[in-house]
Design a protein around this ligand. Structure first.
Ligand SMILES: Cc1ncc(COP(=O)(O)O)c(C=O)c1O
Length: 382
């Protein structure tokens, strides 16, 4: 099957959150994390077939998806997960919330790196648990854990660490030495790690590979909740499906108990879409990666030509975290949106208003247009 990522799709007619955000019709929306591509045809075909059956209803277990997912994880990262470690949940953010409720008693804290995708900090608030932020270091454009800060901020009440690997918004793919250091701190302090690895199938560098926190050593495996899912990789954002992988049986039972009566059933179409994604969309996925690599290079060149802006990553994903600290702009996202007409995500939502996040999961021509607008707006600044 031939895939084209160049085609521009009219999305305003689809009630797209991304495309309905800006009242100014001239703004190109490049904020929330869904891509402007159709998802693999193999997925829509599978959904058509399922719709033809015409009968729906509760679908609480889905054996084929579990089998397919287990082999996919093995193929992608060598991690040998057991089928009964998987708890299917209606979305990654649900997993972050249930993890907080499960791993933390009232009064206990989760440590959260910052900046980060805002639902990480919203989760403990929703669950009436506490959190403490550890600031990531920007090391030549790569967001890295500051282990001195992590150590100095830990208290006896810190019982969980929220890890996002690859990181959103920085796109960092954490290396073995980084995972090892985090693991040894967590082991020493008896801390559970909730590792959100939803962007893990989108590594953009040939010499990098994603390492699951849980697959690193026995301690990690027994003391972690890993969140994965098809929604970012196959452009199924908004579909209510993700996997919480919890090898520790006691932790898994607690997690499952905490979903009862609150977390909804997974939509039967989401199961169908996820299974087709993991079993039939490999070629689409590798074509997507090629396309994103080219877009990323175009974005890097375009942004780094502009005085005051800088971008080095991402190592994975389709989101660029643009450093605007040298731009002298008081409100960078306002400038991008109102002057350049490029609808970026305000870095403040992630915890740092001196950055903006841009989604480059779009046709090349759209990215080119956005870059030329940004360049023009910066050249006309007074
Ligand atoms: C790190 C991370 N986790 C979770 C999600 C959202 O997952 P879901 O839509 O399945 O709740 C996102 C979406 O951008 C994300 O970047």
């Amino acid at each position: 099957m031939a895939y084209s990522f160049d085609h521009i799709i009219e999305r305003k007619q689809t009630n797209s959150t991304k495309w309905l955000k800006f009242s100014d019709p001239d703004v190109i929306p490049m904020w929330i994390a869904d891509m402007d591509f159709t998802c693999p045809e193999e997925i829509t075909e599978a959904m058509h077939e399922r719709i033809q059956q015409g009968v729906f209803g509760y679908t609480d277990s889905y054996h084929n998806l579990t089998e397919t997912f287990v082999s996919k994880i093995k193929e992608n990262s060598g991690w040998d997960i057991k089928k009964d470690w998987i708890v299917w949940i209606p979305g990654g953010v649900v997993g972050l919330n249930v993890a907080c409720k499960t791993a933390l008693a009232p009064g206990e804290l989760v440590m959260i790196p910052s900046p980060i995708y805002a639902p990480f900090t919203e989760a403990p608030e929703n669950m009436e648990r506490g959190f403490v932020k550890t600031n990531l270091k920007d090391v030549n454009g790569r967001l890295e854990l500051d282990f001195d800060s992590v150590r100095s901020l830990l208290t006896d009440d810190t019982k969980m660490f929220s890890f996002c690997n690859p990181h959103n918004p920085g796109g960092t793919v954490f290396r073995p030495n980084e995972i090892e250091e985090l693991s040894s701190i967590c082991k020493e302090k008896n801390i559970i790690v909730c590792s959100d690895e939803i962007h893990s199938d989108l590594v953009l560098e040939d010499d990098l590979e994603h390492i699951s926190f849980a697959n690193f050593n026995d301690f990690n495996q027994e003391n972690s909740i890993t969140i994965m899912g098809p929604c970012k990789t196959y452009n199924l954002a908004g579909f209510p499906i993700a996997a919480a992988i919890i090898p520790n049986q006691e932790l898994r039972s607690d997690f499952q108990r905490n979903t009862k009566g609150i977390v909804s059933h997974i939509d039967s179409m989401a199961f169908v879409a996820a299974e087709a994604a993991y079993s039939k969309a490999d070629i689409w996925h590798s074509n997507l990666l090629k396309y994103l690599r080219i877009n990323k290079l175009m974005l890097l060149d375009g942004i780094n030509e502009i005085e005051g802006l800088s971008l080095k990553g991402p190592e994975a994903g389709f989101l660029g975290w643009i450093d605007c600290r040298e731009s002298g702009l008081e409100n960078p996202s306002k400038f991008f949106i109102e002057q350049a007409k490029v609808g970026v995500y305000d870095g403040a939502w992630f915890g740092d208003e001196n950055y903006v996040r841009i989604n480059f999961g779009c046709p090349k021509s759209v990215l080119e247009e956005a870059l030329s607008r940004i360049k023009k707006a910066f050249s006309q600044r007074i």
